[in-house]
Design a protein. Structure first.
Length: 298
């Protein structure tokens, strides 16, 4: 399913606007061996947009973050498409980059998805049709085609600028939304629910101090488990995590939904602009660069 993304530290990728991160704390013991092999169909792709684009930019539930992941991937694809087109025009070659992946938002965990697909596996990101580029003659004296490395740097910068322009339509608002969620970490009801997690995980044979200890352990297992056993291990970890975090999300999701309703009311003008402009801007990017806005789906 593309490159594997570490699940530790609860990194939430939100373009360049806001990043949630919690420090990892190592757990003292590995989980028991999974009791069953994971044989689950790969995650699929969906192109169904939310009924309100607010849900794509300001997710309040784990399931809504699937739309947020697709939005983030499209923006990153825009950067690569513009850079590739520029490289074609300047007969230069861009540096190789890893395939794009959908990156989970563990601050808003998608428990149904995790239970079905494990801690890090997701749907594959479609690869756009390749843009022709000159790769053989190297007549310009550089490391690439005739444009050389300076042209490649300019093309990468052009791609970054295009992605930034697309992201600017929602990035500031999204950053304020994720900032607004931070106080929930200290909410007494959330803290009470989180205190149940270590005991629940222990019932699954996973002995860690807290949720962050679980992420540290999951990262360690991802790095050290034999490839043929990794799907089963990841699936067992995902089962345990989803089971033990459901009481937490039963508290956090309603709180986030209430908070979003207030946030939307308080930012009414920006929300009107988002609803009017976001989807047309994404469709324009699709048409201009041969992209497709898609989302991971169970």
């Amino acid at each position: 399913m593309g490159e594997r993304v570490p699940v530790g530290c609860r990194v939430v990728v939100v373009a360049v606007t806001a990043v949630f991160a919690a420090a990892c704390s190592a757990g003292p013991a590995p989980p028991a061996a999974p009791s069953r092999a994971a044989r689950v169909a790969p995650a699929r792709l969906s192109d169904t947009l939310p009924d309100d684009p607010v849900r794509m930019v300001l997710p309040a539930t784990g399931a809504e973050t699937r739309w947020t992941q697709g939005l983030d991937v499209l923006v990153r694809q825009e950067a690569r498409a513009v850079a590739a087109s520029c490289a074609r025009d300047h007969r230069t070659v861009l540096p190789a980059r890893a395939p794009l992946t959908f990156i989970r938002y563990y601050e808003l965990p998608d428990l149904d998805f995790v239970a079905r697909h494990g801690m890090s596996e997701s749907a594959p990101v479609p690869v756009p049709a390749p843009v022709p580029a000159t790769t053989g003659t190297n007549t310009g004296g550089g490391n690439g085609g005739s444009g050389g490395p300076a042209a490649a740097r300019r093309c990468l910068a052009a791609g970054t600028a295009a992605a930034t322009a697309l992201r600017d339509g929602y990035a500031a608002l999204q950053g304020r939304w994720f900032d607004a969620l931070v106080p929930l970490r200290r909410d007494p009801a959330v803290l009470r629910a989180l205190r149940t997690v270590p005991g629940c995980l222990a019932g699954h044979g996973i002995r860690v101090r807290d949720e962050n200890g679980f992420f540290a352990l999951a990262d360690s297992r991802a790095q050290t488990t034999a490839p043929d056993r990794l799907p089963a291990v990841e699936h067992a970890l995902g089962d345990a995590y989803a089971d033990c975090m459901r009481p937490v999300e039963a508290v956090r999701e309603p709180a986030r939904l209430r908070l979003r309703a207030r946030f939307v009311a308080e930012h009414a003008a920006a929300i009107r602009g988002l609803r009017a402009a976001l989807v047309p801007s994404l469709r324009r990017a699709e048409r201009e660069h041969g992209l497709r806005l898609v989302f991971p789906a169970p």
